[in-house]
Write a protein that binds this ligand. Structure first.
Ligand SMILES: Nc1ncnc2c1ncn2[C@@H]1O[C@H](COP(=O)(O)OP(=O)(O)OP(=O)(O)O)[C@@H](O)[C@H]1O
Ligand SMILES: [Mg+2]
Length: 407
């Protein structure tokens, strides 16, 4: 209104005012029309945007369900081996072959690094998700959560061997300063060898019981895998986990399954086993002696082991676990009869003398058999005759091991 008042002429005549107001009204009406027009336009624009919004929402829902479908299991598990650019990545699927694939835009490109595990869509093999880095479930299965019950007291007649393994495995873990003082690096690992049933596995279990270290137990044949590179990966993950959980002891039982001589064999299975062995050699070189990871391995075929495994720097101590002599046999018999009710007639030293050329496992079997005989007779205690019969029985069943084969 102020505008109109200011622009109004000074000397008003009725005609002028009339003219002025008329003009003003026409202007305002025009303006009104203009605004209405604008309003209509805005309205239709709004309607358009709203329909657009509904369309986009519908599309979003569709895409979301499509993504869900792509991400829904079963998905192929793969490992990223190379990142080419933001949208193209090379993965190795768990079945073996390698693929160049695209990645879902929902994945943070920073997460995609070589070695990362991811899930792949079954059809397009596009990466749909990145999995948290974790080790193979098999590796976790190797970790002994509860420490074994065996102690050094349960081992008969292997005192020098116990001493050696304690020095090589326990001491570096419990008193590393001793090695620092003298200025030598402690042994990395020990290899136990000897005929079957002489107590190699038992020794390793006792070490695990005695130290507070994490104990990872793997049987050599578990590391032999079907697909190329899988065995090597298991070895790598095993050592990674051991390092992460240090102080720890890795126990590889029956190492001959992967540690046999490498030769020019041409079957792909043999080559895969060799690759696994090479990874093991590399891992053993890779961690430093002062580290808190120790390796204990056991075999009864040291003669077929690869020379590279036996050289100092890998297994620094090679401990022979022999057949027990008469004294050791008596010790073993004492251990296994500790809980048995024996009659006065039983003369354990004589039994030990008689049970020549037997292993600890066989002596245990003799004790068990003697007990079984007593049960059969419905007797209160085990008699001398039971032992004699048991020795005969066990010796007949198990042909005396050819000790030459085991060196
Ligand atoms: N020195 C020993 N003292 C007491 N028991 C023993 C001894 N040696 C063997 N045994 C008994 O024999 C069983 C088998 O021994 P163990 O598993 O240690 O044999 P091993 O040397 O690992 O044989 P393999 O080479 O066949 O694996 C043990 O569970 C234990 O009961
Ligand atoms: Mg064993």
């Amino acid at each position: 209104m102020g505008d109109i008042a200011r622009q109004a002429p000074e000397k008003d005549t009725g005609e002028d005012i009339y003219q002025y107001l008329l003009e003003r009204i026409t202007n305002l009406e025009n303006r009104n029309l203009e605004l209405r027009e604008q309003f209509r336009q805005m309205e239709s624009e709004k309607r358009y945007v709203e329909t657009q919004k509904i369309r986009y929402e519908r599309e979003l829902r569709k895409l979301k369900s499509e993504i869900e479908q792509l991400r829904s299991p079963p998905l192929v598990i793969g490992t990223v081996t190379d990142v080419i650019d933001n949208s193209r990545v090379i993965v190795r699927s768990s079945a073996g072959p390698r693929f160049l694939v695209r990645t879902s835009q929902l994945i943070d490109p920073d997460l995609l690094k070589p070695g990362v595990r991811c899930t792949l869509n079954q059809q397009s093999l596009a990466i749909v998700d990145v999995l948290p880095t974790s080790y193979d479930a098999q590796i976790y299965g190797m970790e002994l959560v509860e420490s074994p019950e065996e102690t050094y007291e349960n081992i008969g007649g292997l005192e020098p061997q116990i001493e050696e393994i304690r020095e090589a495995v326990e001491l570096p873990l419990t008193k590393p300063q001793l090695f620092e003082k003298i200025g030598i690096s402690p042994p990395k690992g020990v290899l136990l060898y000897g005929p079957p049933g002489t107590g190699k596995t038992l020794l390793a279990r006792a070490v695990a019981h005695q130290t507070n270290a994490h104990f990872l137990r793997v049987v050599g044949s578990e590391l032999v895998q079907k697909y190329i590179g899988e065995g090597a990966r298991l070895v790598r993950e095993l050592f990674d986990l051991a390092k992460q959980k240090a102080p720890s002891i890795i126990f590889i039982d029956e190492i001959d399954a992967i540690g046999a001589h490498r030769n020019d064999s041409t079957t792909s299975g043999d080559r895969e086993v060799q690759r696994t062995l090479m990874q093991l050699l590399a891992e053993m070189d890779g961690f430093d002696n002062r580290g808190d990871v120790k390796i204990v391995a056991a075999t009864n075929r040291i003669d077929i082991l690869d020379r590279a495994l036996l050289r100092p720097g890998r297994f620094d101590r090679i401990i022979r676990v022999p057949l027990p002599d008469a004294g050791a046999r008596l010790e073993i018999l004492k251990i296994h009869t500790a809980k048995m009710s024996l009659a006065g007639s039983v003369d354990l030293p004589a039994v030990a003398e008689l049970a020549e050329n037997t292993t600890g496992a066989e002596l245990q079997a003799i004790c068990r058999e003697a007990g079984m005989m007593a049960i059969r007779r419905d007797a209160e205690a085990v008699e001398r005759e039971d032992f004699l019969a048991a020795i005969k029985k066990v010796k007949r069943e198990v042909a005396a091991p050819d000790s030459r084969m085991y060196l």
